[in-house]
Design a protein around this ligand. Structure first.
Ligand SMILES: Cc1cc2nc3c(=O)[nH]c(=O)nc-3n(C[C@H](O)[C@H](O)[C@H](O)COP(=O)(O)OP(=O)(O)OC[C@H]3O[C@@H](n4cnc5c(N)ncnc54)[C@H](O)[C@@H]3O)c2cc1C
Length: 490
């Protein structure tokens, strides 16, 4: 089922452009150059793809600015003509945040891909927003440093998109979300003014923390054009272990102990249910079972350190020994080579793709406090499977962050479209239980177009009022990614 992206305008304002305006497109061309304004359907099609096929996207033109000044000029033009604009990075987001309409332009930052500075002494990196995440990781690594932001889409997502969605990923446990990795940003505001907040200071207590207004704003408050990121010592030793446990309780208890016994060295602590790994074995070549019998739950844990003698492995071994003695672990395989470690990660990362082969799935990305993980999973599985008998709950996620990807696959004997038509009914069940347990209905993927309904439902009137005030103050003409994140007033 497709969701119409209905265009939402703040009352009292209206787009002056109801159809393609060649004068306007001509002025865009004068700013960035002919080669960087795309109108041809074939050339724009990649920018209109929506990963999960839930929204249709269209555009007047895709514009590729090459500098902050060009972004500023584009915004001024759009503001003058009340043309909505959709900032776009690698277009890998999964909530429809970069979806556009035929009356909007897409501003994709791919040409702004310069790494301005890697500071070895200060452990910082300054880069333009269009840099691909994996290129930044490599630039840090070349200097013996480490950029811990890491996620499945890292080969195509851009750092501007990562900051705008406050992306999480596999290392949040130790290093935090994208937000925690930023020291400064440069943003072009909906007025066209440039805010240069590119400082590299760890301490800067001079009033409101403005950068955090733009991080996670999903392009609704301005276009991020550059950022200064924190770097860390490159972990040269890693110790990866796949652990089999019989209950969620054991997994949660293990996590709590890991923190203490390994001095918070764990960078990842991932939970996978048996149904998830079975789907990977079935559908993804190269995925194999590491144990000689099935277990209901698995934990993939990784420690890393940059010391000369590599203490991760010793810490991991000692931790596993104690956990075995206390009966928390059924079995465990400690990776003995990089290849074995990457095979374990392959299993974890294959789950997303494996589920595609299991028919349609209704995806949820929620977080709950650690102590609520067990009741959350048990209550949600029971409620969903009672509502749609035969539906299969794929439960996995970054359990160390309380983040659970709760994906429901269609019953084998049900029509996929019929199952999909029950999206809201199913996600409402998940979100109600999440809310009752003081959790969040969007742990890491954001809001985009997909979850504005939940914003209305679960955010207080005070919070919605604050969000609308920020938006109205910065973007009174509602030209900056309108309709995303903030629900229209009822
Ligand atoms: C395989 C896969 C794995 C993923 N894994 C994770 C994960 O582990 N954790 C996680 O948090 N997310 C994950 N994601 C989703 C994640 O949010 C995005 O992949 C990424 O952060 C978005 O970056 P992007 O450059 O593709 O942004 P886009 O998809 O292009 O845009 C996302 C949003 O940011 C806005 N935006 C983009 N660039 C700018 C800018 N320069 N200034 C202002 N606004 C901008 C857009 O308007 C849109 O609202 C995954 C996605 C995929 C496909």
């Amino acid at each position: 089922m497709y969701f119409e992206y209905r265009f939402i305008l703040v009352s009292g304002t209206g787009s002056l452009m109801n159809r393609k305006d060649s004068d306007f497109v001509g002025s865009l061309r004068r700013v960035v150059g002919d080669a960087f304004v795309l109108e041809d359907r074939e050339r724009v099609s990649d920018y209109l793809k929506e990963r999960r096929g839930r929204f249709t996207s269209d555009t007047m033109a895709v514009v590729l600015p090459g500098s902050t000044d060009e972004v500023s000029q584009l915004i001024k033009l759009c503001r003058e003509r009340r043309v909505p604009m959709v900032p776009q990075g690698g277009n890998t987001g999964v909530c429809g945040g970069a979806v556009s309409t035929e009356r909007s332009i897409i501003v994709n930052l791919q040409r702004m891909n310069r790494i301005r500075k890697v500071d070895r002494l200060g452990y910082t990196l300054e880069a333009e927003a269009g840099c691909i995440l994996s290129n930044l990781q490599m630039a840090a690594q070349d200097k013996g440093l480490y950029l811990p932001l890491s996620l499945g889409a890292e080969g195509s997502c851009q750092i501007g998109g990562n900051l705008s969605t406050n992306a999480g990923g596999v290392n949040v446990l130790r290093y935090g979300n994208a937000r925690d990795l930023v020291l400064g940003v440069e943003v072009v505001l909906p007025s066209g003014e440039v805010w240069n907040g590119l400082n590299a200071l760890r301490k800067n207590n001079t009033g409101y923390d403005l950068k955090n207004v733009f991080i996670g704003a999903e392009g609704t408050l301005g276009i991020i054009t550059a950022a200064v990121l924190k770097l860390f010592p490159q972990p040269v030793h890693r110790s990866t272990v796949l652990i089999a446990v019989t209950s969620i309780d054991s997994a949660v208890e293990l996590f709590s102990r890991t923190r203490k016994e390994t001095s918070d060295f764990a960078s990842s602590f991932e939970l996978m249910s048996r149904i998830c790994v079975e789907a990977a074995f079935r559908n993804i070549p190269g995925c194999r079972d590491f144990f000689d019998q099935p277990y209901p739950w698995y934990v993939l844990m990784e420690l890393g350190d940059s010391t000369s003698d590599g203490i991760s492995k010793q810490l991991n071994e000692r931790f596993l020994e104690h956990a075995f003695e206390d009966g928390l672990i059924e079995d465990a395989v400690l990776a003995s080579s990089d290849k074995q470690a990457s095979d374990m990660w392959r299993l974890r990362e294959a789950i997303v793709e494996a589920q595609l082969y299991e028919g349609k799935s209704i995806k949820n990305d929620v977080s709950v406090p650690l102590g609520a993980i067990k009741p959350f999973i048990e209550r949600t599985v029971a409620a969903l499977e009672a509502r749609v008998p035969g539906a299969r709950s794929f439960v996995y996620g970054h359990i160390g962050d309380g983040n659970i990807h709760f994906n429901l696959s269609q019953p084998r004997d049900m029509d996929g479209d019929e199952f999909f038509s029950r999206w809201h009914e199913m996600t409402d069940i998940v979100h109600e239980i999440t809310d009752e347990l003081d959790g969040s209905f969007s742990a890491e993927h954001g809001i985009g177009l997909l979850k504005t309904r939940e914003m209305l439902r679960y955010k207080s009137a005070v919070e919605l009022g604050l969000l609308r005030s920020f938006k109205a103050a910065l973007d009174p003409d509602n030209i900056m990614n309108p309709g995303k994140v903030i629900p229209p007033a009822e």
